[in-house]
Ligand binder design. Structure first.
Ligand code: FE
Length: 427
């Protein structure tokens, strides 16, 4: 079983990454920022942490208002820094612990958190700012991460209590991951008090920040009961992102040992760093077993259904590149290139030889077995002028006529629109 060793809290202001990139460590105005993060760096190294569960919010870099979700868990095995307007930071990519992420995903959904999942998305300063401070040198953080992006910038957002409860489930998720000796620390980022928009821009409240840190350590349930509007009043609207720290605190024992705490308010944001060590014992093997059963309850046995391929995060990850390639057929330009010069397009998207062969050969059932989603296959079918029933027949190894005889009414249709639909309608 994996183990939560402790929790870290740290601001994630872009100031921090900027300080690192511009070598401000010796500048007295900036030095306290480095001193705080140095403690975290030391602790992470001393505890030999393998995985940092990084709780952060994206600042409309990789997550936009066209589809904004509350709890988005990264399930990838590598993460690049995002371009936030002036080019991405010159920092190495972070390794993702995809297996742990998938396990946590299953656990949180089993505990009725409606998660979303992301891959192939770069992470912005919310995650990279604090991490680049604790990474050693050019090579970056040597362990791996599981990022949780919390959507706190477009209301309605989850409240503090929801975050705290998610932390409780996160603990059970980590403790039931079957990797003995894996050491995990939960790192919450954001805050403390600040407001960066509107006439109230520049608002800080250091008294509230100290109180927040006292309560976080000793009475997190009291913080879980505070309304979002009250967080905004006390610590600024953007400062209300500190509700993310409740996820970290919820994942720790009721009593914790504080090993570090600092705050420093040089400009816009009160930059904090804290470390807590966990005090609770490990769950019994029976408790772990019971939780694993609970996690896998909904899908247990589904693998016995013949000719059925549930689209899991594992399949999604394995076949992401080819699914992405085919999904892009919704864009006219990609469609045009696909029809005119598919080989050049395969090359541009670095598809493997196996993936190219599946597409070239219209190997529909092999595509399903490989991990291609049916719902991009039907897009490709529409583009190459095949109907849905033709695809269904191919899946079953039948000709169209045989397949149609198995239906009450023989119908031809497709997801194609416009002229393509009309063409198919005449067949
Ligand atoms: Fe933020």
């Amino acid at each position: 079983m994996a183990r939560i060793v402790g929790g870290i809290g740290a601001s994630h202001s872009p100031t921090i990454g900027f300080a690192k990139d511009t070598d401000k460590a010796a500048d007295p105005a900036w030095a306290p920022i480095f001193a705080g993060f140095e403690e975290i760096k030391r602790w992470v190294k001393a505890q030999d942490i393998d995985v940092l569960f990084m709780i952060y919010n994206d600042h409309i870099s990789s997550f936009f208002f066209d589809h904004y979700s509350a709890f988005a868990l990264g399930v990838d095995d590598s993460y690049l820094p995002a371009d936030e307007g002036g080019g991405p930071r010159d920092v190495p990519p972070l390794k993702g612990h995809a297996a742990l992420a998938r396990h946590i995903a299953a656990a949180l959904v089993a505990d009725e958190f409606d998660m979303s999942f992301f891959q192939a998305k770069p992470l912005d300063h919310g995650c990279f700012s604090p991490l680049s401070m604790i990474a050693g040198g050019k090579e970056g953080w040597s362990g791996s991460i599981v990022p949780l992006q919390v959507g706190v910038l477009q209301f309605p957002i989850p409240n503090a209590k929801r975050c705290y409860k998610l932390g409780k489930s996160l603990r059970k998720a980590v403790e039931s991951f079957p990797d003995d000796g894996l050491k995990v620390a939960v790192m919450a980022t954001g805050g403390l008090s600040h407001q960066v928009h509107g006439e109230r821009c520049g608002f800080n409240n250091e008294d509230w920040d100290e109180k927040f840190l006292d309560l976080l350590e000793n009475d997190p349930e009291a913080l879980a009961d505070i309304r979002l509007a009250d967080y905004a009043e006390q610590g600024g609207l953007e400062g209300a992102e500190v509700i993310m720290w409740l996820i970290m605190r919820g994942a720790l024992s009721d009593k914790v040992t504080r090993v570090h705490r600092t705050t420093y308010l040089p400009s816009m944001t009160n930059i904090a760093t804290v470390i807590y060590e966990d005090l609770r014992g490990r769950p019994s093997p029976q408790e772990v077993e019971a939780y694993r059963r609970h996690m896998t309850h909904e899908l247990a046995g589904v693998e016995k259904l013949e000719g059925t391929y549930p689209f899991t995060l594992e399949r999604s990850h394995k076949a992401f590149r080819v699914n992405d390639f085919l999904h892009r057929l919704i864009f006219p330009e990609h469609r045009k290139r696909f029809l005119e010069d598919p080989e050049a397009l395969f090359e541009d998207f670095a598809l493997t030889e196996q993936e190219r062969d599946l597409i070239r050969g219209r190997k529909w059932i092999e595509m399903i077995r490989y991990g291609v989603s049916f719902f991009v296959i039907e897009k490709m079918a529409a583009v190459v002028g095949q109907s849905n029933p033709e695809i269904y027949a191919a899946f079953r190894g039948e000709d169209l006529a045989t397949f149609q005889k198995s239906r009450k009414v023989a119908m031809q249709y497709s997801v194609a629109g416009g002229d393509k639909a009309k063409e198919l309608g005449k067949r």
